[in-house]
Design a protein around this ligand. Structure first.
Ligand code: ZN
Length: 133
């Protein structure tokens, strides 16, 4: 794991949260992207070297919709930048972590991603991401 790539925050309404985070961070979001396979619409903010991803569910079966139903809005996941996602997935699997996908998949913002089940990481959903070059 190289560094925290971004922090994902589940929100009910992307538009009003974009306005809120724009005020909070003093900068506008630089991208809105829908990830149909995850049932989410996302937006990204940069604050210095850090990145925040807001996630709004696009349908009732979206994992983000279920998250908000259970826990309300708030921090949804922490994403780590990795050099070699397949190697990192194998390493974590060997350490006993439960991965939510068998193979890396295409995520938002030009990344290959894999999620680690929060049950195996103290209740925190972990995202591994590798920049697609
Ligand atoms: Zn993310």
């Amino acid at each position: 794991m190289k560094k925290i790539e971004h922090i994902g925050i589940a929100v009910k309404n992307l538009e009003s949260s974009n306005a809120l985070f724009e005020k909070l961070l003093g900068t506008a979001h630089y991208k809105v992207e829908e990830v149909a396979s995850e049932g989410v619409s996302t937006s990204f903010f940069k604050s210095g070297p850090n990145k925040i991803e807001l996630l709004e569910a696009t349908n009732a079966n979206s994992p983000v919709a279920k998250f908000i139903e259970k826990r309300g809005e708030g921090i949804h996941h922490i994403a780590f930048d990795v050099e070699d996602i397949v190697a990192e997935m194998e390493r974590l699997k060997a350490e006993g972590f439960v991965l939510l996908n068998e193979k890396p998949k295409k995520g938002a913002d030009n990344k290959l991603v894999c999620f680690v089940h929060p049950k195996s990481s103290n209740g925190v959903l972990i995202e591994l991401c590798q920049e697609i070059s």
